[in-house]
Design a protein around this ligand. Sequence first.
Ligand SMILES: Nc1ncnc2c1ncn2[C@@H]1O[C@H](COP(=O)(O)OP(=O)(O)O)[C@@H](O)[C@H]1O
Ligand SMILES: [Mg+2]
Length: 321
Amino acid sequence: MTQLGQSTPVGVQEEREMAQASATLSFQKALGWLPTIRTGMDVRQDESVTSQVKTRAPAAAVAPAVTFDVTELNMFYGNMQALKNVNIQIYDRRITAIIGPSGCGKSTFLRCFNRMNDLVPGARVEGKILFRGQDLYAPNVDPVAVRKTVGMVFQKPNPFPKSIYANVAYGARINDIQGDMDEIVERALAQAELWDEVKDKLRQSGLALSGGQQQRLCIARALAAQPNVILMDEPCASLDPIATLRIEELMRDLQQDFTIVIVTHNMQQAARVSDFTAMMMITEKEEGRRTGTVIEYGETRQLFTKPRDQRTEDYITGRFG
Ligand SMILES: Nc1ncnc2c1ncn2[C@@H]1O[C@H](COP(=O)(O)OP(=O)(O)O)[C@@H](O)[C@H]1O
Ligand SMILES: [Mg+2]
């Protein structure tokens, strides 16, 4: 099965997509940036009308604003249903981890947040995802513009075969970020905690960096576009433990300014780095078909210490998957 971001050179694909974007109204403008922010409290009223109780985090003293509000999400590849009845809220400037066994739909779900599944022929989404109160899949919303606002970092670092500087500047240019490019590049590299390591070799190829540095370069490229959200699909899967810790620390810093959703198969990583965790499982399986859903969602500490669902407990204690 082809998986976006693995078998396809995503950089090239992105580039193609981005090129189509130049004439479109930016997503920010289309949305007006005056979101109706719903808190956990408001959502409670919705439960009676959804067929499934919204798997949401328990109300904190001050409920964080909601970045994505997912209701009855179903996602299909052709006639195979990959996701079923997902109901979840992703919170503003928090780190949300998506965990679960291989093939349960984690990457598929993540790609729903920036409409990257639109690039897969035959892929179809039903249900609703509100992004800051606005329907992400409304007909007037341009998916290319969405991908600029909701950035993505992939499992395998994918710098372009260009200089470090050009990689980061690309991120800014595709989103029409105005200003002094040297400053923009420096700021993004500093935000990605890479500046000190590369400031004297900005003209060298991004591909000459170590794996961990390449991944931070890709994060810098994403940051240069000034997104609101960063999606990360197993960003440390190809990195050694030290480079992994570096990325985890970086995520913690970035979380002050960005909403981060991370897919990870590393449960220790989810426990270390995230505020909220969504546990996914394959719930229906027959010949060549598997459908996944979020079976439990909550504050990370609670989910890892007192899971409500037996299947979560089995998974996190290593008895499953
Ligand atoms: N581009 C695609 N086209 C068709 N099926 C896909 C595609 N990507 C993933 N799938 C299928 O969707 C299911 C979920 O896959 P995925 O989201 O990659 O799971 P995970 O990230 O949890 O390992 C799997 O059965 C997979 O084969
Ligand atoms: Mg995956």
